[in-house]
Design a protein around this ligand. Sequence first.
Ligand code: SAH
Length: 371
Amino acid sequence: MSEQPKTGQLTFVAPRRAKPQRHLADLTMAERRDAVAELGEKPFRADQLSRHYFTRLTGSPEQMTDLPGALRERLVEQLMPPLLTSVREITCDGGMTRKTLWKLFDGSLVESVLMRYPDRVTMCVSSQAGCGMNCPFCATGQAGLTRNMSTAEIVEQVVAGARALARGEVPGGPGRVTNVVFMGMGEPMANYKAVIGAVRRLVDPAPEGLGISARGVTVSTVGLVPAIGKLADEGLPVTLAVSLHAPDDELRDTLVPINTRWKVAEVLDAAWNYAAKTKRRVSIEYALIKDINDQEWRADLLGRLLKGKLVHVNLIPLNPTPGSKWTASRPEDERAFVRRLESHGVAVTVRDTRGREIDGACGQLAAAPQQ
Ligand code: SAH
């Protein structure tokens, strides 16, 4: 495990550690065919395997009846190794919200959260074990960065959710994952390559990928400006969410330490460039913290920064985290903040936070072995 970081300390480069075994979800279809050919098999086997994994959501050889028996075992061993082991599952909202604690091959722990709504199912996934961005109000940030996750480790979280839904294990009947948010543990833009690979697997049509609409995928970042620029050029119309939390550098330097590298103006410029290139509305995340960032003058300043832009503000009542002295804003301050933003013509919603009672809400994922 990593050491607890000092206040404001940033960790960009994940410690070097052993990598998980290669999995077909790490690979494009062409790479899968090559991998199968390297094993001395016909490339079309890659298509069959992909159908089992991404369309039928199965990884068990017994169900792969279109493949010769011995070959099934070998291909599964080589290209579908188990990457995630469920350690614990906790549910709330009558089973509609479920948080899973996963153990990775090297013992690293991560969490994912499935949230079922009347009209959609959102999977909140982790992209790193821990996080190096050290935001003081976020439980994940307090534990430091253990390691980057691989593309397949990220994808597997979604496939596990899709499988549970398809099998009717989530109340409400069989269903599908419609939305994926990179808002679990980790800073997705600090694990860029693996995250982009995962996004491609999610949106590629089945059986190459899961066939989820790119519009349903949200990548959330503290504001790694160069990576936001790169993402804008990927030609992937995913939603970008920026965790802003303060409109002024003085406060943001302390709440989101990455601000000491890239200032509010720079991160917003990167966001507007993203919106211009992708035509997608950018989401600004703002956790309302009592008497810290919830003053009307800050709403006013935020409103002036966002006015007239392709943007939507998501206010998140601060969720409690261990050892934090901060709490959510008073209801009247929250209402005033909303009104002040709206007076600038800025679209704003207050997030209906799910999973608070199971420590599964924004900023609460700590992947502690016992909770
Ligand atoms: N590292 C990325 C992805 C994590 S997203 C990012 O920060 O954007 C998790 C979201 O929850 C972020 O917007 C984060 O700032 C917010 N968050 C963290 N701790 C929180 C808390 N205690 N209460 C409410 N929101 C929190």
